[in-house]
Design a protein around this ligand. Structure first.
Ligand SMILES: N[C@@H](CCC(=O)N[C@@H](CS)C(=O)NCC(=O)O)C(=O)O
Length: 202
């Protein structure tokens, strides 16, 4: 199977971390692509009309996206511990944790587009600060999160770790660790895993 990817994308990183954690990393051929909202890649758009990465194309030619669906698809391909709990409260807690990590990423990636892609004279400070408020509010909730154990390896903790890694990469001045000792400790431990080491953004 082929994965349209960029090494800087935190949503791609989610998929690759899950692939490493489940032993599937060697089954995936990486197809590099440079795509942005304003400069989309036309070949990627044939596989995914939304034009976003990650997009997975199976050996049968089926396109699978977005990161949530790709991760769940990969989790169905191995015999080890499941990254998506099968049912009940545990499942929906893990999925909600994933949704919060994805929400942090949507806001942070949006800020990156606003401040990096949009011409300076058109940038909207209030929009940026409002997106960053979503990030800080979510991190504050995650600091005392009881919905899913972030010390365990599952789709929720993988997504949160990738979100923290992205903030460190793109928003170093934000200093997300400040006032959040539990998330800091979780991230330090998680970052030592091979899956995280092998997928560090460039
Ligand atoms: N909800 C999607 C978000 C993916 C996403 O936003 N990817 C960005 C790169 S980090 C992208 O492809 N942006 C190009 C665009 O928006 O056209 C997922 O979970 O995969």
């Amino acid at each position: 199977m082929k994965l349209w990817y960029s090494p800087a994308s935190p949503f791609v990183r989610k998929v690759l971390v899950l692939a490493h954690e489940t032993g599937l990393q060697d089954e995936i051929e990486l197809v590099p692509v440079a795509t942005t909202v304003v400069d989309p890649d036309s070949d990627l758009a044939k596989a995914n009309p939304v034009g976003k990465i990650p997009t997975l194309v199976t050996d049968d030619g089926m396109s699978i996206f977005d990161s949530r669906v790709i991760c769940e698809y990969l989790d169905s391909l191995h015999d080890g511990d499941r990254m998506f709990p099968a049912e009940g409260v545990e499942r929906f807690n893990a999925l909600t944790t994933q949704a919060m990590g994805d929400g942090v990423l949507d806001a942070a990636v949006g800020v990156r587009y606003e401040t990096f892609l949009r011409p300076a004279e058109k940038q909207w400070d209030k929009w940026v600060s409002s997106q960053m408020r979503k990030v800080t509010q979510s991190l504050d909730v995650l600091e005392s999160w009881r919905g899913a154990n972030l010390q365990d390896i599952h789709i929720g903790s993988i997504t949160v770790a990738c979100a923290l890694g992205y903030l460190e990469f793109r928003q170093p001045d934000m200093d997300w660790r400040k006032g959040r000792p539990l998330l800091t400790q979780m991230y330090e431990t998680f970052s030592k895993r091979t899956s995280m080491q092998e997928t560090r953004p460039e």
